[in-house]
Design a protein around this ligand. Structure first.
Ligand code: PHE
Length: 454
């Protein structure tokens, strides 16, 4: 009996690097890429700013309607093409122009990594300060955060994050990326649940949980809708080539639609748990949920300092964010690594070492641009760090998403077969990719890059 369809052994099956994930390893690695600073650091403060539960609901809808169809599109391009985030397009028969778009996407991933590694570094710094108790020697947490950024420490921690990332991917897809995700992602879930249970016993925790779970639609604005969609993209790691790159390592027998559903569910569960830790803690200690990026690094230390065994829970909390960040930095570094290996025929080790060093070097100006140490690194009203974040998240990422939706929606005819969807779902998927996603993503791009405003 033939239990594998003939199409499973297409010609492209043999091409690429030949490295493959196991089925569960792939799902955990994709969840690992999705779950990161986006869920633990950015999601709480934007939810705080844009109105709590109603915003969460909006994020969920954006993820369902646009994020997941694009995720499936990226996976299909990766597995169909079996190349990197640039060559996969041309391997599927597309015009060379598409691989050019791919190169921009890959550069975006590389540059965003230099920025992401700095924030991940802050979490390691805070974990260490919390475990040693140093964090609680001085109660001015806003000052401590700005002192950190005024020092050279972010450069040191950025180096450590890239070193750890490099050491993991140098071991390859199954012994490195897959293995670490198989430990970190379940480990993260355990830590999140432990902290969640701890937080539920705080006096006044219910109010914070209600802010996060009981929607107040009067707080929604057009702006919050754009922010929610932009965040759905960032959170699912779309538009940066990571999912295309991971897709190339996926076995032909894997159901991509099932994987998409699993990643979507995983991403929302981790965001939900992060919210259920952060909001009850913030409310219980009378802190501002809408204070912006400092929420996790300024408000939460204040809460941990007032809690019995706060050093332990604080330390665990920051270690948990560091874990989540590492599984994302791994996926980001793999994007350019896959590219240079295929393009120049370099070994994995050489590619990883070279690109980690390069990424560190281009990240140093970002790390130093914080805290006014070097005045010329701030221009046009933003620090170098903010510029990198702005260009990557608001411009490259939506454009990367647009490239994939248009490619799968209009150019590549094999997407239908590669996705493995049944007729009805296929129609829904193509409708989303052709009409809904490109328009919404374009609007997000125009809005977040400042071209249109309300
Ligand atoms: N999804 C990651 C997060 O939520 C960020 C990310 C974006 C990672 C793009 C890879 C690619 O933190």
């Amino acid at each position: 009996m033939k239990d594998q369809k003939q199409e499973g052994a297409s010609q492209s099956e043999e091409s690429g690097t030949g490295e493959r994930f196991t089925s569960s390893g792939f799902i955990l690695a994709a969840i690992g890429s999705a779950v990161g600073l986006g869920n633990m650091w950015r999601f709480p403060y934007i939810t705080g700013k844009y109105g709590g539960a109603a915003f969460f609901l909006l994020f969920f809808i954006c993820m369902l309607l646009v994020g997941l169809p694009v995720l499936l599109a990226e996976l299909s391009v990766g597995r169909g093409g079996r190349g990197n985030a640039s060559s996969s397009f041309t391997r599927l028969g597309a015009h060379k122009m598409w691989s050019g778009f791919g190169v921009i996407i890959i550069l975006g991933a590389f540059v965003i990594l230099s920025f992401y590694a700095i924030v991940a570094g802050w979490t390691l710094h805070y974990a260490m300060l919390s475990f040693t108790g140093q964090l609680f020697e001085n109660n001015d947490f806003a000052q401590q955060f700005s002192d950190l950024n005024g020092s050279w420490m972010p450069v040191f921690w950025q180096f450590i994050v890239l070193l750890l990332t490099g050491l993991i991917i140098i071991r390859g897809v199954s012994a490195g990326i897959e293995k670490v995700n198989k430990i970190f992602i379940p480990g993260l879930l355990v830590l999140l649940i432990v902290l969640c249970v701890r937080v539920m016993f705080l006096d006044g925790a219910g109010e914070g949980a209600a802010f996060f779970l009981k929607p107040d639609f009067s707080k929604l604005t057009a702006e919050s809708a754009f922010v929610a969609l932009g965040h759905a993209f960032l959170s699912l790691s779309l538009g940066m080539g990571t999912i295309i790159t991971y897709g190339a390592y996926v076995d032909k027998r894997q159901s991509l639609s099932l994987a998409t559903a699993a990643v979507g569910t995983g991403n929302i569960v981790y965001a939900l748990l992060a919210g259920l830790i952060i909001f009850p803690t913030t409310f219980a200690f009378g802190l501002e949920a809408s204070q912006g990026p400092g929420l996790v690094f300024v408000a939460l230390p204040a809460a941990f300092s007032a809690m019995p065994l706060g050093w332990l829970f604080g330390g665990l909390f920051f270690v948990m964010i560091a874990f989540a960040s590492l599984t994302s930095t791994i996926s980001l570094l793999e994007v350019p690594v896959a590219f240079v290996r295929e393009k120049f025929g370099w070994s994995r080790s050489f590619s990883v070492i070279l690109l980690s060093i390069l990424c560190f070097v281009i990240g140093v100006p970002s790390a130093l641009s914080l805290g006014d140490k070097i005045p010329w690194l701030t221009f046009g009203g933003k620090s170098f760090f903010d510029w990198v974040d702005f260009v990557c998240t608001n411009i490259v990422l939506p454009l990367g998403g647009l490239v994939v939706t248009i490619f799968v929606g209009y150019v590549w005819k094999g997407g239908a077969k590669e996705s493995g969807l049944s007729a009805w779902w296929l129609r829904v998927w193509l409708f989303m990719l052709r009409y809904v996603a490109p328009i919404l993503v374009l609007l997000v791009f125009l809005y977040s890059s400042g071209i249109i405003s309300f």
